[in-house]
Design a protein around this ligand. Structure first.
Ligand code: CDP
Length: 202
């Protein structure tokens, strides 16, 4: 079974998806970590992301391994975040990642998180959730996480939001059959319980 959780940056997808997976005993798929790994590899190799994407061996788990090397922390660097958002707009990069994501999701029980899981990667997902929150709330959370100021995060987030929603290929889009959960005024536990309930008491 696939539980798809999509939404914009800072809506709480990663922490929520990880907790939902733990509670259900499902495996967590962080599709953003894959785009981040492509961006990191391209930067390090000085080659276009579209060229390196199909060559990479990315393993996701407690740690993120890029061709066997632990890049868990490196892929969270601000410059990689920005480069990932640019790389993710390129069709050859998306093709390579979506193929791999579909292969993984083909067997077993998953909570998969990203921008296009419910729309493109797994349109047949049993449960689809679209997590949102006000831009200010999202920026505040991210700023607290990174220990930087809210205004800077909000400015960068706005640019990435526009790139995610405005891109031609697999834009951030809510699937018509997705349950929207606005996390602005909900606690973390409330969000996790709401999603778990959708799976266990449909
Ligand atoms: O944590 P945050 O939401 O900032 O980013 P992420 O989920 O780690 O994703 C990194 C980048 O990959 C984002 O800027 C998205 O543009 C892109 N992405 C995507 O295009 N499709 C996905 N399924 C997941 C991420």
């Amino acid at each position: 079974m696939v539980v798809a959780i999509d939404g914009p940056a800072g809506a709480g997808k990663s922490t929520v998806a990880r907790a939902v997976a733990r509670e259900l005993g499902f495996t967590y798929l962080d599709s953003g970590a894959m785009y981040r790994s492509v961006a990191l590899a391209a930067r390090e190799r000085g080659r276009p992301p579209a060229e390196v994407a199909p060559e990479l061996h990315i393993e996701l788990g407690d740690r993120v391994l890029l061709d066997g090397r632990d890049v868990t922390e490196q892929i969270r660097a601000p410059e990689v975040t920005e480069a990932a958002s640019v790389a993710a707009a390129q069709p050859p990069v998306r093709d390579a990642m979506v193929t791999e994501q579909r292969r993984l999701l083909g067997s077993g029980d998953w909570v998969a998180e990203g921008r296009d899981i419910g729309t493109v990667v797994a349109p047949e997902a049993a449960v689809k959730v679209f997590l949102t929150a006000s831009p200010e709330a999202r920026a505040q959370r991210r700023a607290a996480e990174l220990g930087v100021d809210v205004a800077t995060v909000l400015a960068e987030q706005t640019i990435r939001d526009e790139r995610d929603t405005g891109r031609e290929h697999s834009p951030l889009l809510q699937a018509p059959d997705a349950h929207t959960i606005d996390t602005t005024d909900l606690t973390f536990d409330e969000v996790v319980s709401a999603i778990v309930a959708l799976v266990t008491r449909p």
